[in-house]
Structure formats: structure tokens, C-alpha cells
Design a protein around this ligand. Structure first.
Ligand code: GLA
Length: 384
């Protein structure tokens, strides 16, 4: 098999190609999968993601203006951080520049070359990989140092405040702070992070259905969660957020609050409990239990949060039939990738069987690969 050069090599050679000399610095950050805790991060609940083996690399050098080139569209674009182009990936870079400027941490200008092996729109946080890697590269170029948690905050502010996606904080935190061989239990209400050892391979199968967070469904769900919280409070529960509701209160509340808000509420509260259970199962290396929780989590997304799609439901159902311990749609939803937990000794056979089921149902073969938990953002060394 011919090994593809990684994103760092590609970014530095793209830089040389387009700008005629070597970059000064290169940084990269990973995409992520979320094992459990979907749509809980903006509801004060826990999440359990880990960083994957796919990364985005950003090679930079100082300049008077802002010029970006990416392997995705190949063209060189001048960036004006004062006027972000709403529907362009360059808005994410411009957003990072604006946040860094406000904190006195941005260089005066820069040339940037961006390459990525994180599939875009597959629920694997390609945007966080881009904003975190850009933040690391530009802060370094300006001669400053920021701890990973501060880089995560810059990336979050860029995406949330500047680009205008009402995302939670999970993606940026894991892309910046992940440790190899560990998943992260992030309690979003308190900010507490526990690195939980996880060295089992996880398969990813891409539905091929693409979504963009800016499409509106995500923001709509957030609003529904806000309404659900208001209705919960009207029932006399003085909670800060949906993640703070005790599982024992669920039957009464779901009885009292009508659809869709009661359903959204049931997803968030049950997912909060499942996520903490899953972290405990990981601690015991209890993969059958983790698998069971993944399947339950998918069912909750499908039935209560209504953020799945037929392709993902079919992958999950087929994975379980062909020996997976569990499977679940990961990320924001309405498409993207499904995570599949397979016993390593039969993984290759099962993946072939699941792909064949999918081909018969949808007429194409879903891309599949396995990953282990990897590290977060870093400055990369490269051949000058
Ligand atoms: C996207 C958002 C995250 C999180 C997930 C859903 O990835 O960026 O903050 O809300 O969706 O769990």
C-alpha cells in the first residue's frame, strides 16, 4: 500500500508551492469522535469524546496582509478579518484572527496554507481542527504561547461568536487538549475534565450524507432545548440546565411536557446518565457494556432527538447484526459518520458485511476506517 503524505507534509509543500518559500511554523490539530454525550454540551451535561488519527495542518509565515490557500479549493484568497465571508471556510480563520486580535495575541498579518485529512461535514469536527490548528499556528507566529485550554477557548469563541454557529465547547476542547490513548470525560457544567484510558480501536463508517452546522437544524434543536428548560422550570424544577435534571424526575416531566420538547428533554437527561455510565464502563474495560450504551444512545438520537437519518440507522442495525458490540451516529447528526465498536478478531469480516448491507440498501459502499485515541493540537516539526 502506498502511504499518503500526512497533512503536515502537504501543508508545508503547499505553502512552498504557492508562496515560493518555506513556512516559518506549522501546527496541526485533530478531528474527534464522540463516544457518548450528544447534544449535551450546550445543556450542561457530560460528553465523552476522543481525538482521532485525522488532522488539519496549518503552515504559516508573517506578512503584512492575510492570504490563505487550502488544498480543498486550491485557490489563493485574500482574507479581510474585518469582513468575514459568511459561507466560506475562510470565515473560521478570520474568526480566529479576530479573537486573537482582541486579546493582543495576533500577528499583524500572515500567509497560511491549510491541508486536512479530516472529512468535512462528517460529524468529525473538521471546523474545530481548523480553528484550533490556526490558533496554535498564529499565536506561535506572533511569538506567544498559550496553554491548550486557552487555545480551545480562542477556537470556541471564533466559531461561536464570530462565525455564528451556536456550538457547545466539546469539539474545541478535545481537539486542543486530548491525550493519546485516552478519551475525555468533560463535565460541561463545571468544566471538569477526566482523561479516561481508552486504547480499543474504534471503526468509523461514513454515511456519505453531509450536513453543515450552519444549516439551521442544529440551532433549531438548541432553541427547543431552551424551551424545554423553560417548561421544566414552570413545573417547579429550579435547575440551571437540562443536564442538571435527575433521571428519576424524567417520567413525571416527560408526562407533563408535550412533544417535541418532552422528547428533547428525555434525550438530554438519559444521555447525561448514559455518558457517565459509559465513562465508568471504559474505566473497567467493559466493552460489551459500552457497546450496549452506544446502541441505546443511537436509539435516543433517532427517536427522541430526531437527529439521525435512514443511512445511519441502517448502519447501526446492520453493525449489531454482524457482531458489533455497539454502534452509534456521532457528532451533530443528520448525516456524517457512525462509530462501530467491533471485537478486533472479527472486525475485518464484520466491516465487509456491513458495507455489503449498505450497498444493497443505498447503492454505494460506505468508507470505513479504524482509529485509536490520539493526541491534541501540537506544533509540528517539518523539513525546511
Ligand atoms: C457539534 C457541536 C458540538 C456538540 C455536537 C453534538 O459537534 O460543535 O458542540 O454540540 O455537535 O453533540
Amino acid at each position: 500500500m502506498v502511504r499518503q503524505p500526512g497533512p503536515v507534509r502537504l501543508a508545508t509543500s503547499l505553502f512552498r508551492d504557492r508562496f515560493g518559500k518555506a513556512p516559518v511554523l506549522c501546527a496541526s490539530a485533530p478531528g474527534r469522535v464522540n463516544l457518548l454525550g450528544e447534544h449535551t454540551d450546550y445543556n450542561g451535561g457530560p460528553v465523552l469524546p476522543f481525538a482521532i488519527d485525522r488532522r488539519t495542518a496549518v503552515a504559516v509565515s508573517a506578512d503584512e496582509d492575510w492570504t490563505v490557500v487550502s488544498q480543498v479549493d486550491g485557490t489563493m484568497r485574500v482574507l479581510d478579518p474585518d469582513h468575514l465571508e459568511p459561507d466560506s471556510w475562510t470565515a473560521y480563520i478570520g474568526g480566529v484572527v479576530r479573537v486573537l486580535r482582541a486579546r493582543g495575541l495576533a500577528p499583524a498579518g500572515a500567509r497560511l496554507a491549510v491541508t486536512s485529512s479530516v472529512p468535512i461535514g462528517a460529524g468529525l469536527s473538521s471546523s474545530a481542527a481548523l480553528t484550533v490548528a490556526t490558533a496554535r499556528a498564529l499565536v506561535g507566529l506572533a511569538g506567544h504561547r498559550l496553554p491548550p485550554a486557552a487555545l480551545a477557548d480562542v477556537a470556541y469563541r471564533a466559531e461561536h461568536d464570530e462565525v455564528g454557529v451556536r456550538c457547545g465547547r466539546m469539539d474545541q476542547i478535545v481537539s486542543a487538549q486530548a491525550r493519546p490513548g485516552h478519551a475525555m470525560l468533560i463535565e460541561t457544567a463545571s468544566g471538569a475534565i477526566t482523561h479516561v484510558p481508552f486504547d480499543h480501536p474504534l471503526w468509523l463508517m461514513d454515511t456519505g450524507i453531509r450536513h453543515r452546522l450552519t444549516d439551521g437544524q442544529y440551532n433549531r434543536r438548541r432553541e427547543e432545548c431552551e424551551v424545554a428548560l423553560r417548561l421544566v422550570r414552570e413545573q417547579g424544577h429550579q435547575v440551571e440546565d437540562l443536564g442538571g435534571i435527575a433521571a428519576g424526575d424524567l417520567p413525571t416531566l416527560v408526562g407533563a411536557i408535550r412533544a417535541p420538547w418532552g422528547l428533547r428533554l428525555r434525550h438530554v437527561v438519559s444521555e447525561t446518565a448514559r455518558t457517565r455510565e459509559a465513562a465508568r464502563a471504559l474505566g473497567r474495560h467493559d466493552y460489551p457494556e459500552l457497546g450496549r450504551l452506544l446502541v441505546e444512545g443511537h436509539e435516543s438520537l433517532r427517536r427522541d432527538f430526531e437527529s439521525s437519518c435512514p443511512e445511519a440507522d441502517s448502519l447501526v442495525e446492520s453493525a449489531v447484526r454482524h457482531g458489533a458490540l455497539g454502534a452509534r451516529l456521532t457528532g451533530a447528526g443528520w448525516g456524517g459518520a457512525v462509530v462501530v465498536l467491533l471485537p478486533p478478531d472479527r472486525a475485518a469480516r464484520s466491516v465487509g458485511e456491513i458495507q455489503e448491507d449498505f450497498r444493497q440498501a443505498f447503492g454505494r459502499i460506505p468508507i470505513a476506517w479504524s482509529t485509536k485515541a490520539r493526541g491534541g493540537v501540537r506544533r509540528d516539526s517539518f523539513a525546511p
